[in-house]
Design a protein around this ligand. Structure first.
Ligand code: 2NL
Length: 339
């Protein structure tokens, strides 16, 4: 019996010393100390040992078990340490290495110009409103006094989704929707993307941005329109800016005008920027046509209003002295980083 236990011990210690990982050690533990293990089998054979020898044999079995357990425990701890130190080595971080540089972006020049514009009109008490880019013909044309036979409605100029739905060609439908609610007075700015079926060149794009303004209240006159836009020009382009109102025609306003400002580059003397004229065209405007007010449920005998439309890209190109609108859409960071 003593030899048998000796043999088990030697074999166990040999196997333990050759074990490569936790799995090996667990297998050894089960094979020797487990329910069906070698040493357990010896214990089960105790019934064949003479009763007077049992305490001694029992002691021997326990000693054997203790030796093997101790060896297993030692080896398991050693392997656990090795695994941990390997993991630590693999996962070390050199905190002295330089960090990955984050490239910080900024607003697009069009957005900067838009926020500058909005700031001026918010300062005058205007509210910013937005609306759908896909619009009913009714809101984009009909309510704005643009008749069915008007050239703007031609498929050459307008993107049609179907005969009743278009990609809006101006942001005026947003204002028509506000007027239709009947809440007075109205003092709003409607910026947004608009669409026209144009070929791309330095001054045209099938998708661009407009900022339209609308004021409706009792007693609004052309003087209010002139005062407002003159004040806008001075705040936006500089305090010495002068404005000039030239008669024009729009179907949705009557009377209508185009507004020029004195060139902010040369102050009016004439330069490359203003093509020698001293004036730069900046927006279109007018008194809201009585038909438009009526179409939107407002009584033109009680209320009057003015409206204006500014091409955002035009303002951005002027502000930054950029000579090709395509640069605003290409998203080339070598260009955008300059602003
Ligand atoms: C331009 C001209 C303009 C308007 C837009 C407008 C809107 C309503 C009623 C009446 Cl709801 N008018 N908008 C008026 C005059 C001119 O834009 O050349 N824009 C770039």
């Amino acid at each position: 019996m003593k030899e048998k236990l000796q043999a088990i011990t030697e074999e166990a210690l040999e196997k333990i010393s050759k074990a490569k990982d936790m799995e090996d050690l667990n297998a050894i533990k089960v094979a020797i100390l487990g329910k069906k293990g070698e040493l357990t089998a010896v214990l089960k054979g105790m019934k064949d040992v003479a009763p007077e020898d049992r305490p001694l044999v029992g002691q021997l079995v326990n000693d054997t078990r203790a030796v093997i357990e101790e060896s297993l425990d030692k080896e398991m701890k050693a392997i656990a340490r090795a695994v941990r130190s390997g993991k630590m080595k693999r996962e070390t971080i050199d905190v002295t290495l330089p960090g990955a540089k984050l490239i910080r972006g900024h607003r697009h020049p069009n957005q900067v110009a838009l926020e500058d514009l909005e700031r001026v009109f918010i300062g005058m008490g205007y509210e910013i409103v937005e609306g759908p880019e896909v619009e009913y013909d009714k809101y984009n044309f009909e309510m704005l006094n643009i008749p069915a036979n008007h050239p703007a409605k031609d498929e050459q100029d307008t993107f049609y989704i179907n005969k009743d739905i278009v990609l809006r060609t101006q942001t005026s439908p947003v204002q028509a929707r506000v007027m239709e609610t009947g809440k007075m007075p109205i003092r709003i700015l409607a910026p947004g993307r608009v669409f026209r079926s144009d070929e791309v060149d330095a001054t045209h794009s099938p998708s661009f941005h407009q900022v339209e303004g609308l004021v409706v209240d009792k007693g609004i006159t052309f003087a209010d329109l002139k005062g407002t836009l003159d004040q806008f020009a001075k705040e936006f382009f500089g305090p010495n800016t002068k404005t000039k109102f030239r008669p024009h025609h729009f179907p949705f306003t009557e009377p209508s005008a185009e507004v020029d400002i004195t060139c902010f580059k040369c102050g009016g003397k004439g330069c490359r920027m203003c093509k020698g004229s001293g004036w730069i065209e900046i927006l279109g405007c007018g008194m809201v046509h009585p038909n438009v007010l009526r179409n939107c449920g407002i009584d033109p005998e009680v209320y009057t209003g003015f409206a204006f439309g500014i091409g955002l890209e035009r303002v951005t190109l002027l502000k930054y002295e950029i000579d090709d609108m395509r640069l605003l859409y290409e998203n080339d960071t070598r260009f955008l980083n300059q602003f």
